[in-house]
Design a protein. Sequence first.
Length: 154
Amino acid sequence: MSNISDRIERMIDELLDQHDGIVEISRNKLAQEIRVVPSQISYVLTTRFSNSHGYVVESRRGGGGSITIKRISTSTAAQALWHLIKEMPDYLSQQEAYQIIANLRRSGLLEEEIAEIFRAAMADQVFADIDRRLADQLRCRILRNMLAALATLI
């Protein structure tokens, strides 16, 4: 049996499929429909529908509030990589970097051997003797450079 987050993710993905990659939802209505608390919807949106996962999420307050979710559509793999580079935050933890790499692997933009090299470069051990904030900033810069190099090769 899948967990609640997986069910919420599937439901949102199905809505996106039905509406050409863009959907506007009410967090409260969706929560009621699935019979979960609204914070569970927020959690899934934050962890599974971010820019690094290939989505843009916009929230609107007032009037019941709504959330617009859009799949980032890019016509080429290089464009997808450049978009990811542009949208990447200035700091990345190992876990966040690994998630980006996993998403690139899932989408077919990285072969497994290259993904393994990327993960090795993003590992906490590489930054062991460096202040955590500086390490997260360096990790982000290195990943951006690696993605830029990859974008120029494809």
